[in-house]
Ligand binder design. Structure first.
Ligand code: KIV
Ligand code: ZN
Length: 388
């Protein structure tokens, strides 16, 4: 593939990585967000179209509304696997089973700080509860994902003990949550390598973004052997959110040459749907889906991009690939080429002298901090050139 630079990541090339989306569960835990069942169903259908492998639909035991929406999604005939969240408690698992989900994600705190201060259980009790929950899920013949919550702050030997015990109980896949986002990329790589050397079932990761490292940590986990990553649309989630789906999937596809089932051309419309339903705006500079992700203003950049787009874009990821648009912005950094091209697109062909006058006008307006819209551009052009 053109442009990919492999420095020691060839082992990921062509490897299939499963995408687990938790927008409707962890994403909905973003402060201030509450989605109704119809909105959740629409998002679930969109995620199915996007090619997500597993969708976490919600925490069925938590509210009547959550249970209804998990049930509606589980019975919507989607091709992805629908997953429900449950603490390591039989009542939570029963609530999930009743909804008809394909997979149950059961979790318990394993770090000392959470174990002592939130659930007040000994290490032995936590281990027994985890094994019992996994066995109970497998008795129902449902796929089981087990999370050691706050795994990255858990004593390593104890963590391995728990993961090996749930593996012995029939668990299908273990998750390693970086619950408060404290890992560095290299420490994540080392942790996942060590876990991988101790267990024989697939490894999933769930990275929070408290230091802005969620995507980097997820990618390092994949480099170290994880085969599934948990993500959300627009990086929504508790506090600073989770690893963003678009950034994770596009990095896997375009930088690593790995395989995901994501139909990348639906990335933008999915991001916009979630923005609309949640009311959480996508920042302009957000990678891939932000308004500026493929926008160019400076003269040198626009000239280059108008000549050949990969001069100032990655090339291995184009706006078309993700359903985005390339935009040439006319501001104070705009160059002659960009302004001429914008005018020509509207059928306006100034002489060189007129073009220079139009450029001077644009720059003096933009210098005052104003953004130049298409309407401004046409007004300036007709003032300089006279009305047609
Ligand atoms: O952040 C976390 O640890 C979670 C668990 C439920 C996996 O969201
Ligand atoms: Zn989380």
């Amino acid at each position: 593939m053109r442009g990919i630079v492999f420095y020691g990541t060839e082992h990921i090339r062509n490897k299939h990585i499963s995408i687990f989306d938790t927008t409707l569960r962890d994403g909905e835990q973003t402060p201030g967000i509450s989605l109704n069942t119809e909105q959740k169903l629409n998002i679930a259908q969109q995620l199915d179209k996007l090619g997500v492998d597993v969708l976490e639909a919600g925490f069925a035991v938590s509210t009547k509304g959550d249970r209804e929406s998990v049930q509606a999604i589980a019975n919507a005939g989607l091709s992805l696997d629908v997953c429900g969240l449950a603490r390591v408690k039989r009542e939570d698992i029963d609530a999930c089973v009743e909804t008809g989900v394909d997979m149950i994600h059961t979790f318990v705190s394993t770090s000392d700080v959470q174990r002592i201060h939130t659930i007040n259980k000994s290490r032995e009790e936590v281990l027994e509860m985890a094994v019992d929950a996994v066995e109970y899920i497998k008795d129902h013949d449902i796929k089981c994902l087990f999370s050691a919550m706050d795994a990255t702050r858990t004593d390593f030997d104890y963590l391995i003990d728990i993961y090996k015990s749930v593996e012995g109980a029939g668990c299908d896949i273990i998750n390693v949550p970086d619950t408060v986002g404290v890992m560095s990329p290299s420490s994540m790589y080392n942790l996942i390598s060590d876990i991988n050397n101790n267990v024989n079932i697939p490894i999933d990761v769930h990275c929070h973004n408290d230091f802005g490292l969620a995507v980097a940590n997820s990618l390092m986990a994949v480099e170290a052997g994880a085969s599934q990553t948990q993500v959300t649309i627009n990086g929504l989630g508790e506090r600073a959110g989770n690893a963003d789906l678009a950034e994770t999937a596009m990095s896997l596809n375009s930088i690593y040459g790995a395989k995901t089932n994501i139909n990348t051309k639906y990335i933008m419309e999915t991001a916009k749907m979630v923005e609309r339903y949640t009311g959480i705006n996508i920042p302009a500079h957000m990678p891939i889906v932000g308004e500026n992700a493929f926008a160019h203003e400076s003269g040198i950049h626009t000239h280059g991009v108008l000549e050949k787009s990969d001069t100032f874009e990655p090339g291995i990821m184009t706006p078309e690939m993700v359903g985005q648009n390339r935009r040439i912005v006319l501001g104070k950094h705009a160059g002659k080429h960009a302004i001429k091209k914008s005018l020509e697109t509207a059928g306006i062909y100034p002489t060189d002298e007129q073009l220079n006058e139009i450029i001077d006008n644009i720059k003096s307006i933009a210098d005052k901090g104003k953004r130049i819209t298409d309407a401004d551009l046409y007004t300036i052009a007709s003032t300089v050139m006279g009305k047609p």
